[in-house]
Design a protein around this ligand. Sequence first.
Ligand code: URA
Ligand code: SF4
Length: 209
Amino acid sequence: MRELVELLCFYKDIGVEYMQPVKFTSKEEIFEELKEEALRCKKCELHKTRTNVVFGEGDINADLMFVGEAPGRDEDLQGRPFVGRAGRLLRDLLKDVGIDAKSVYIANCLKCRPPNNRDPLPEELIACFGYLKRQIELIQPKVIATLGRYSTYELTNQKGALGTLRGKVFQYKNIKVVPLYHPAYLLRNPKAIEIFIEDLKKVKSLMMQ
Ligand code: URA
Ligand code: SF4
């Protein structure tokens, strides 16, 4: 205590009347800065053809995060993830199992749309991974559900068929990762919807543990 008083007297003697409060940057501000960086990003060729960057949306304090592949046409036009036909199916199925889409965070591996919805290229996935990595580090969800093979590979390193990986529990850092079928696959194979619902229920119970 005496040292502190002496230090404060010393500051006063040299003309420092008060000390600036330390400014802490909030998680919201850091997340916003990351988003703004992505909105300006030109790290891969996709910046040339995008309409909007689709950074992601939802609760940045969510316990559950969904990671898809890349924006499609509707997402590119609106700047929001999973708002096209596959997205509507995903949101309906979330509702069916009692998951509020606003209480989760939804993102993609790529933040910009590949032309004509072609598959992501390895160099695009590498260029964009930093954003997803930071999103996960900041959100710190308990569980990540990967939708389709690209996000599954990025976060689990598993290259097998989704038919064998789905519903299993992997780990990314300290976070549980459960691969799920991609909702676009469900549109083509409605029989898989039942399996998807089972997997969603598993994800929900892991999240509540
Ligand atoms: N498919 C995806 O993988 N992500 C979207 O945002 C929309 C469709
Ligand atoms: Fe940048 Fe990712 Fe968009 Fe490529 S896809 S320009 S890396 S934000």
